[in-house]
Design a protein around this ligand. Structure first.
Ligand code: G
Ligand code: G
Ligand code: MN
Ligand code: NA
Length: 252
């Protein structure tokens, strides 16, 4: 209960920060997008979103938290665009956040309010979203796509991943979980699985992003097997909005 109260306080006083991890497009060699990741530093040290997101959900704070994330992410996107770097910002949504009835309206209103093109907003969902009411999830996804958003399936390959999801839902991007990346290239099973996932995705016209790329060797491997983009400590750690802009200036 102490932590929940602190979280409520932190949301009210706008103490949560967003950092942005850039991704490298392996075809163009440029930064095309960045994932927004939420950070909460308390006086007792940082608390992981894996802890405070579920807490916010249980404590009725998730809407306020999610609106704050969207606002910050879109503000950052507007800052990058104003500096002629029109890169896409990717925001994570928990299954519960995705199930909010007025999600599409809230997103539309926020992009409008901040003057950001919905084409520059990507949402990352996990397969937990898709085990809910299939028809309503499909409707929401198509409405988001109609707006112009990109939809990424996060953590792909873990949990109950099913290739059927790729057929039944309008997924634009597959984010391959770092569990399949971290033992590349030694692990021959992971080499086979990665090549197969990327092959299926390409055949379906779905972009692939490899997560958790930590070495040059892994980056080279991803390029070689036809992965579209990489994200991970090898290329860049998550950065605050201004540091990301500085990073782009040095890189592009
Ligand atoms: O970057 P980090 O390792 O702290 O992220 C841990 C987990 O928290 C990841 O699964 C990530 O998707 C999730 N996460 C980070 N930021 C957000 C956010 O703004 N909203 C939601 N729903 N999840 C987030
Ligand atoms: O679940 P999701 O994919 O949204 O979470 C991404 C998480 O991975 C974040 O917590 C982020 O900080 C972390 N991350 C990003 N790059 C790397 C990396 O190269 N190695 C590891 N171990 N974690 C990473
Ligand atoms: Mn993610
Ligand atoms: Na992931």
């Amino acid at each position: 209960l102490g932590l929940l109260n602190n979280l409520r306080q932190a949301i009210q006083s706008d103490d949560l920060r967003l950092v942005f991890q850039p991704r490298l497009d392996l075809h163009t060699g440029r930064i095309d997008s960045a994932e927004a990741l939420l950070r909460w530093n308390t006086k007792d040290g940082p608390v992981s979103p894996e802890v405070f997101i579920p807490l916010a959900e249980e404590g009725g704070l998730i809407h306020a938290l999610g609106d704050g994330v969207l606002h910050k992410a879109l503000s950052a996107q507007r800052q990058w665009s104003a500096d002629s770097h029109d890169i896409t910002v990717a925001v994570n949504l928990s299954p519960r956040q995705f199930a909010v009835p007025d999600l599409v309206e809230r997103i539309e209103a926020a992009t409008h309010r901040l003057g950001v093109s919905p084409e520059r907003l990507e949402i990352e969902i996990t397969e937990g979203v898709m085990i809910q009411n299939v028809e309503s999830v499909r409707r929401t996804m198509y409405a988001l796509k109609e707006l112009g958003l990109t939809i990424a399936l996060d953590d792909f390959g873990t949990g109950y991943s099913s290739l059927a999801y790729l057929k039944h839902f309008p997924i634009d991007i597959l984010k391959i979980d770092r569990a399949f990346v971290c033992e590349i290239p030694e692990n021959t099973q992971d080499v086979a699985i990665l090549s197969a996932i990327i092959g299926v995705a390409r055949a379906l016209g779905i972009r692939t992003i490899a997560e958790g790329v930590e070495t040059q060797e892994q980056a080279d491997f991803m390029k070689q097997v036809g992965c579209d983009a990489i994200q991970g400590y090898w290329f860049a750690r998550p950065l605050d909005s201004q540091s990301l802009l500085d990073f782009i200036h040095r890189h592009d």
